[in-house]
Ligand binder design. Structure first.
Ligand SMILES: [Zn+2]
Length: 278
């Protein structure tokens, strides 16, 4: 169907553009801090949500992380895997937060988060209890935006007091402003309208299972596909079926600034794509 091909081509172009921007921004970041994540990539995952996948280095290999946003109960659930965190030594700290949408014309934290991301505007978003606040800091100089959970006391520092650069940051995710902007726009356009404003807040995180190929969490509202792989049945995410995950991994393999892609990850993603085409 011509229409579908066009949509996929447009998506692929956006992914390449976002990836190139991310590489540039994070090379700059890496040159300043000797850390950093070298590439990014966006992918619509079907109903109720959006996932942006990116490579990260751990244990000598490049692996796949993601930021996932989807409607859940009275608002949205955002998952960051892995986030930079105070226990970042583990290399795989997940960060899951929920934000409610507004009712009766009043903005809720979800609306505020989407607005700040879409416009690359810095600001505080929501209290999370225990003296912590979610903030978004957009830096046009580095081209990076940081979504972070910080000690609320940091926000009360007298004007002119330099904030400690890392102290008080519990969790953080840095991505190029362009990637956050795409995420913010998608939240407003397709995710927030699906939330059931005013309904009860679920007591737990949305059910999910890891994709058998890329290991990304596949949440209950995201379609998954059962394939017959070389080693039996695989339940995989849409990106592994449509070839997006494989294209990202091949791009990572070709990027000499990255460590090699973790071999079993690459083999599983290649196997899923081959099974989807069979
Ligand atoms: Zn997958």
């Amino acid at each position: 169907m011509p229409k579908k091909r066009t949509t996929n081509q447009q998506r692929a172009r956006r992914q390449r553009n976002a990836g190139a921007k991310y590489i540039r921004a994070l090379r700059e970041e890496a040159s300043r801090t000797s850390t950093g994540l070298p590439q990014s990539f966006g992918d619509a995952t079907g109903e109720h949500g959006l996932t942006i996948a990116f490579p990260y280095g751990f244990d000598g290999y490049a692996r796949l992380g993601c930021v996932d946003v989807r409607a859940y109960g009275p608002g949205i659930q955002m998952s960051v895997l892995p986030a930079e965190s105070i226990d970042a030594a583990t290399g795989a700290a997940p960060w899951v937060t929920s934000y409610s949408v507004g009712t009766n014309g009043v903005q809720g934290p979800a609306d505020r988060l989407a607005g700040l991301l879409a416009t690359s505007t810095s600001g505080d978003i929501a209290r999370t209890g225990e003296g912590h606040t979610i903030v978004y800091a957009a830096d046009p100089v580095t081209g990076l935006g940081a979504l972070a959970e910080v000690d609320s006391a940091l926000l009360l520092l007298p004007e002119g007091t330099p904030a400690p650069p890392t102290e008080g940051i519990l969790r953080r995710m840095r991505l190029p402003l362009e990637v956050w902007e795409e995420l913010g726009r998608a939240m407003s356009a397709t995710v927030i309208p699906r939330a059931e404003a005013g309904s009860a807040q679920p007591g737990t995180v949305m059910g999910h299972h890891p994709c058998d190929a890329c290991e990304r969490p596949v949440f209950d509202s995201c379609p998954s596909t059962v394939l017959m792989g070389r080693d039996g049945l695989m339940v995989v995410c849409p990106s592994c079926v449509d070839g997006s995950s494989l294209a990202l991994c091949r791009g990572m393999s070709a990027d000499r600034t990255l460590p090699p892609v973790e071999p079993t990850l690459l083999a599983r993603i290649e196997g899923a794509r081959a099974a989807a085409l069979a």
